[in-house]
Design a protein. Structure first.
Length: 89
């Protein structure tokens, strides 16, 4: 079953437990992750439902390039990592 994990940067602001999902797509897995904590959605998605500019998602080690539909298929053992990009110097 796919697993969705969030980086510690997001955990500083909001509860982000690891989520095990039966979802077949990235969007459905993210929806499962947002279900217990709806505020998390606003940190990851913009008001149009696309990934925020400062958020990057990796699925099984590959960067997710499709940021609007989020319809990338997931496999039974997929690992999804949601990262918030850091800026500064």
């Amino acid at each position: 079953m796919p697993t969705v994990q969030f980086t510690p940067q997001l955990r500083r602001f909001i509860d982000t437990p690891e989520v095990h999902s039966r979802a077949a797509t990235l969007r459905a897995a993210l929806d499962d992750a947002f279900a217990p904590n709806p505020r998390l959605r606003g940190y990851v998605l913009d008001d149009q439902g696309a990934l925020r500019a400062n958020v990057v998602v990796f699925i099984d080690g590959e960067r997710c390039l499709e940021r609007v539909r989020l319809d990338q298929p997931l496999q039974l053992g997929s690992a999804v990592y949601v990262l918030q990009a850091l800026s500064g110097g």
